[in-house]
Design a protein around this ligand. Structure first.
Ligand code: FAD
Ligand code: SF4
Length: 336
């Protein structure tokens, strides 16, 4: 592991200033992802600014009836919060489907959002990977890519080649995208609020950047707007084994049905793209349709028509369609 300096700032402003002055530095949350990557030589920061005790570890009520989740709230505490379980079951379920109890005790809200991809070429420094070593190529494109993306990956790089086909790993982020969460950030140029759908990015011609955050920007909290009365929500994840595994495909869904008609629906998919994938095509198809299996399947088909699977991950297309349809049917049952 490369030598690095460990810093603890007095306050948020101090942490932001320290990192702004260290172009190769990084913030440290629970360390469950960053420290692993440092041991592998994938991440090589020269300064670590520990922010776990600087940002809030509380979940607070917002005046509009939503919740503000401090950046340092451990994933386990968030999943156990009674208000979250009652008002946003989709998020509690997503958290509980990720990692293990021990990891969730340590992992933070901000760190979870910013965890890096699990593509095995990314974590192996002897292999080509445009995300880790820009311009070196993408090992997964012709290699092992069963777990990789089926949508959003075909935006060509400067030489006309697809740059990166990996997926975003966080379950929590998928649920937050379906909930239209807002990420609160403090940076060297001041504060800003980022709608979570604009936080993570597609690879485009620069797959080294996972998000739209600028260097030195610190996540301080994530706000959840209230869901309209009568909305039910759920997270469902498919994976190769029952625990301690990342999603092959997952779906976060929130549904409001009145008189048998879909009044509102929010859908996001995990395991299918470089970012949590908001299924806006399916949502648009569904609004105003009868809440039936036929409608749900038609919406899922419309969304997955956009898919361009790779040689070995075509199975994700029917899997995603079935997962959307089944989850919405289950939610409809809940509203009866
Ligand atoms: C074996 C294993 C299985 C796992 N399975 C799953 C799974 O199934 N689903 C899932 O979703 N996750 C899974 N995880 C990942 C786990 O959820 C993440 O490692 C964890 O959430 C990262 O949080 P952290 O606080 O430890 O982040 P850290 O490792 O501390 O940081 C991660 C990144 O966030 C940055 N950062 C941290 N805090 C801030 C801040 N406040 N502002 C700006 N930047 C910040 C760091 O600089 C770093 O780049 C698994 C991990 C392991 C090891
Ligand atoms: S899919 Fe992305 S992360 Fe994986 S090898 Fe290709 S460029 Fe690297």
């Amino acid at each position: 592991m490369k030598e690095f300096r460990y810093e603890r700032a007095e306050d948020v402003a101090g942490a932001v200033a320290t990192l702004a002055a260290a172009p190769d530095g990084a913030f440290l949350g629970g360390g469950t992802n960053l420290v692993d990557l440092m041991k592998l030589g994938v991440a090589t920061p020269d300064v670590l600014v520990d922010v776990r005790r600087l940002t809030s570890a509380e979940v607070e009520e917002l005046p509009d009836g939503g919740l503000r989740i401090g950046a340092a709230v451990p994933n386990a505490d968030l999943a156990a919060d009674r208000r979250l379980r009652e008002r946003y079951p989709v998020l509690a379920l997503a958290l509980l489907s990720g990692a293990s109890g021990q990891l969730r005790n340590r992992a933070t809200t901000a760190g979870n959002l910013l965890q890096r991809t699990r593509c095995t070429y990314f974590t192996d420094v002897t292999k080509p990977c445009n995300k880790r070593a820009p311009g070196s190529g993408c090992g997964a494109l012709q290699g092992l890519h069963r777990n990789h993306a089926i949508v959003g990956q075909t935006i060509d790089g400067p030489d006309g080649a697809t740059t990166c086909v990996t997926t975003h790993p966080s379950d929590m982020a998928v649920a937050m995208v379906a909930l239209d969460a807002v990420v609160q950030v403090v940076g060297p140029d001041g504060d800003r609020s980022i709608p979570i759908g604009e936080l993570h990015r597609l690879p485009g011609d620069d797959p080294s950047r996972d998000t739209t955050l600028r260097h030195g920007e610190l996540i301080t909290a994530v706000d959840l707007p209230p869901l309209p009365a009568g909305t039910v929500s759920r997270y469902r994840k498919t994976r190769d084994r029952a625990s301690f595994a990342f999603a092959l495909v997952s779906v976060a869904a929130a549904l409001r049905v009145e008189d048998g008609v879909v009044r509102d629906v929010r859908l996001a998919l995990g395991g299918v793209a470089h970012k949590p994938w908001r299924a806006s095509t399916a949502e648009a198809v569904l609004r105003g349709l009868p809440a039936t299996e036929e409608s749900f399947a038609a919406a899922a088909r419309a969304e997955l028509d956009l898919a361009t699977p790779l040689r070995d991950n075509g199975f994700k297309v029917p899997l995603a369609k079935n997962l959307i349809t089944r989850t919405l049917l289950d939610l409809t049952e809940e509203t009866r």
